[in-house]
Design a protein around this ligand. Sequence first.
Ligand SMILES: Nc1ncnc2c1ncn2[C@@H]1O[C@H](COP(=O)(O)OP(=O)(O)OP(=O)(O)O)[C@@H](O)[C@H]1O
Ligand SMILES: [Zn+2]
Length: 466
Amino acid sequence: MTQIRLRNSLTRKVEDFHPIDAKNVRMYLCGPTVYDRAHLGNARPVVVFDVLYRLLRHVYGPEHVTYVRNFTDVDDKINATALARKEAGAEGSLEELIRARTEETIGWYHADMDALGALRPDQEPRATDYIGAMIAMIEKLIEDGHAYAAEGHVLFRVRSYKDYGALSGRTVDDMMAGARVEVAPFKEDPMDFVLWKPSDEGLPGWESPWGRGRPGWHIECSAMSYELLGASFDIHGGGIDLQFPHHENEIAQSCCAHPEGSFANYWLHNEMLQVEGKKMSKSLGNFFTVRDLLDGHDGEKGIPGEVIRFVFLQTHYTKPMDWTAEKARTAAATLRKWRTTVDGVTPSPEAAPEVIAALADDLNTAGAIAALHKIDDPAVLKASAAMLGLLDDGMGDWVAAPEADLSGLADKLVALRANAMETKDFAPVDAMKQALVAAGVEVRMSKAGVELLPGSDFDPAKLEGL
Ligand SMILES: Nc1ncnc2c1ncn2[C@@H]1O[C@H](COP(=O)(O)OP(=O)(O)OP(=O)(O)O)[C@@H](O)[C@H]1O
Ligand SMILES: [Zn+2]
């Protein structure tokens, strides 16, 4: 059996992965808060953990892996969008408008992530369906002295959990110095965080032993993962931005409420998609949505989901990355070439061992892509690309047969270059290159010859007159 190795944020080391039960390998990923369209950064964990899911299914068998990703459907931002609609004159109660907003957003999320070739998780629990489980967990924490009720709130007593900070590798005092902790009169300690809080009149709320209210964000994941995966499971994932405080708090809650378990044994964090060195995020306003990119926006043509996926996979998940149009162009050219090769081919039963080995080595997706480049057999290429969610028959619509005769143009460019060598006037070569690039064709010139590869924005009409 292939030995998977993963970088565990808990130990900060790449470790051999040993599941608790090879017949039921269990993974939990923090999902989106469903108040608006996902931005491109939100898609990175989805693609990264989709590759891990595919690898686990390959190694342990598809029926032996359980992948859970939640929807956070209770949140101030959801309430705010519904309130704004109500104020704008929308029909229905606020509750109905909130429900409509979350339903709509979940629909968008599914459509966008499907377009990126991500498999749906086995379970996609919604927080609002698990409020009872959250209340039960909070009651247990109070009973055991790890939490206390005050003024309609329930707070987790951070100093009651001695390992708090282990995931981030920092002490409580260090964390306090760096974090924006909310000081409130009802808190015993500023580090204590909310498990339950009162709901304002007219906003969603549930009856509880502490009055009408709603859960804090962190307890949602602890309760849902416990209900669906148990007190101990294998892998917990999310973006590095969630490591503190969200994941630190999840660990504290789960380990204190269920000391019989270990919660998650391996923690995996993806690095951020950045824009000019800063995390793409809603709050910084430096984002574009996955849908904008897929459909095209601001005069730019749309980028196929498969191309977006390929661009993500060229950077290791532990490294920050930028999105650039240039990366998309090169990715499209490669995919187009491969798609021509595998057209109509039945995939071989086995993926190439080099591709599996690269993925098993802490999801070395760039290494796996490099291995794909070396495969000669189209049937093996197709089977191997599937490990990365690429070259799927259902995702190839964007590759229309190029109507223009690119090989004729390549010959012409070779001739122009030969002539330019004689005359020392390279202007005609440059002009033709520019025209090709403007038509969405990638031009690769080497001593051996010229290769012309149509990208995702290839427009044969622009080649007229060349
Ligand atoms: N720029 C990014 N790059 C990679 N992953 C990201 C980025 N921004 C958010 N994520 C991840 O997206 C997932 C969903 O997060 P969440 O719903 O909290 O995002 P959000 O609140 O909409 O985003 P933001 O952080 O922009 O406010 C989380 O796993 C988070 O780590
Ligand atoms: Zn979570």
